[in-house]
Write a protein that binds this ligand. Structure first.
Ligand code: MG
Length: 204
C-alpha cells in the first residue's frame, strides 16, 4: 500500500507559502509507516520545531490501474476520507532551499493521521463539491470545498497513474487548502467532512 500526496492543489494555499500555482500536479509519496495504528497516540516528532497541520480529503483506490484516462477515473475509487499531511515546515524549507528531496519533512512515522471511517462517494451529489474543515482546540483553522482544487480528483488519478500503478487500498491525499499552521503539544485536532467529525486526536 502506498500513500500518494498532492502538493499545491489549492491556489490560495500555494500562495500563502509563496509558491506558484503549478501547471502539473506536484506529487510525492509517504510510506505506510506514516499511518498511525488504531489507538496509538500521536507524539510531536523530536526532529522539528515547526510541525504544521494540513487537512486533506483522501481518496481510497478500489481497483488496480495504470495510465487511467480521466473519464474512466471514477471507476477506480468509491470512498473518501480525511487526513492530515503533517509537515515539518522548518525541515521542508531547508530541503527546498537546498533543492533536496523533502521526505524527511513529509514522510516520517505517523505523518499521515487518517480517518477510520471513509464515506461512500454515492453519498455525495458531486465529489468536487465537498465541504471539509479542520478545528484546532475547537476553533476552525482550515475550511474549504473540493470545488477549489486546482486539479480535480479524476485528473489527479490520470496524472498519478501515468507514473505509478494504482493498487487497491492506495490512498491519495488530494492537497490542503489555505490556513495551514503550527501545532504544539497539548493541541487537539478535529477533521470534518461536512458536519461529520471523522478524525480527532491530541498532540502528545
Ligand atoms: Mg499537503
Amino acid at each position: 500500500m502506498k500513500i500518494i500526496c498532492i502538493g499545491r492543489n489549492y491556489a490560495e494555499h500555494a500562495k500563502e507559502l509563496g509558491n506558484e500555482v503549478p501547471d502539473k500536479p506536484v506529487i510525492f509519496l509517504k510510506p505506510d509507516t506514516a499511518l498511525i495504528p488504531k489507538g496509538h497516540p500521536f507524539f510531536y516528532p523530536s526532529f522539528t520545531k515547526d510541525l504544521h497541520y494540513e487537512v486533506e480529503i483522501v481518496v481510497k483506490i478500489s481497483r488496480v490501474g495504470k495510465v487511467i484516462e480521466e473519464r474512466f477515473a471514477p471507476k477506480y475509487y468509491s470512498e473518501v476520507g480525511i487526513g492530515i499531511d503533517f509537515t515539518a515546515r522548518d525541515l521542508q524549507q531547508q530541503c527546498k532551499e537546498k533543492g533536496r528531496p523533502w521526505e524527511i519533512a513529509k514522510a516520517f512515522d505517523f505523518s499521515a493521521p487518517l480517518s477510520q471511517t471513509f464515506i461512500p462517494i454515492t453519498q455525495f451529489d458531486d465529489v468536487q463539491n465537498i465541504d471539509f474543515s479542520l478545528k484546532k482546540n475547537g476553533v476552525v483553522v482550515q475550511e474549504d470545498n473540493t470545488k477549489n482544487m486546482v486539479f480535480s480528483i479524476n485528473r489527479l488519478i490520470k496524472e498519478v497513474s501515468e507514473v505509478f500503478t494504482l493498487k487497491m487500498g492506495d490512498l491519495i491525499f488530494t492537497g490542503t487548502p489555505k490556513g495551514v499552521g503550527s501545532v504544539v503539544v497539548g493541541d487537539v485536532l478535529e477533521a470534518y467532512i461536512g458536519d461529520r467529525m471523522l478524525l480527532k486526536f491530541k498532540i502528545n
